[in-house]
Design a protein around this ligand. Structure first.
Ligand code: GAR
Length: 198
């Protein structure tokens, strides 16, 4: 299942890939932390069940996290993909499912909600995207895959982010597909495709 907060173009890439049975994974549901976003509309157009669990509807972040976990559990996913989901997940979710996140920078550089803006402000010549497992920190979990994107003179945040997202969508689809088809295991900070040897 996929969690979104915005336009959902990464979700769309997963939906498009999953339309082919050979992909090996299906999107069983799409969850969001807010209403009226294109990500939810994309899911509805694909006839995928959706739900919204808003932080503001809960007294504490802990209660929100538990409510989110309850909604996710209804769909019995093997994997949760955070694709532009702009909230920090808590232990109710993280202890129940492996969670993969896509981030628009080469972690550990530029974690957080403004990665593209921060990379531009720093003046790096190369940035990119990272697909990683989510742990309790902010963008600190084990890296699964990364790809570089060059910064061009005159780039603004939107232009650079769009070029990153073009790469990011392909990388996320590749990673989720391989995890589904080949299995995966973590060895400390290293994530390998293929099932762990018993
Ligand atoms: C993506 O670039 C994703 O990496 C980023 O939001 C964008 C969502 O695009 N996520 C973060 O910045 C998380 N810190 P999308 O809604 O079109 O898939």
């Amino acid at each position: 299942m996929v969690l979104v907060s915005g336009s959902g173009t990464n979700l769309q890439a997963l939906l498009d890939a999953a339309a082919d049975d050979a992909f090996g994974a299906a999107v069983v549901a799409v969850g969001a932390d807010r209403d009226d976003i294109e990500g939810l509309a994309r899911a509805r157009r694909a006839a995928i069940p959706t739900f919204v669990t808003r932080v503001a509807d809960h007294d504490t972040r802990v209660a929100w996290d538990a409510a989110l976990a309850a909604r996710i559990a209804e769909h019995k996913p093997d994997l949760v993909v955070s694709a532009g989901f702009m909230k920090i997940l808590g232990p109710s979710v993280l202890d129940a499912w492996p969670v993969v996140n896509t981030h628009p920078a080469l972690l550990p550089a530029f974690p957080g909600a403004h990665a593209v803006r921060d990379a531009l402000a720093y003046g790096v010549r190369v940035t990119g995207c990272t697909v990683h497992l989510v742990d309790a920190g902010v963008d600190t979990g084990p890296v699964i895959a990364q790809e570089a994107v060059a910064v061009r003179d005159g780039d603004d945040e939107d232009a650079l982010h769009e070029r990153i997202k073009t790469v990011e969508r392909r990388l996320l689809v590749e990673v989720v597909g391989r995890m589904a088809r080949e299995g995966w295991h973590a060895e400390g900070r290293h994530v390998r495709f293929g099932r762990a040897e018993k």
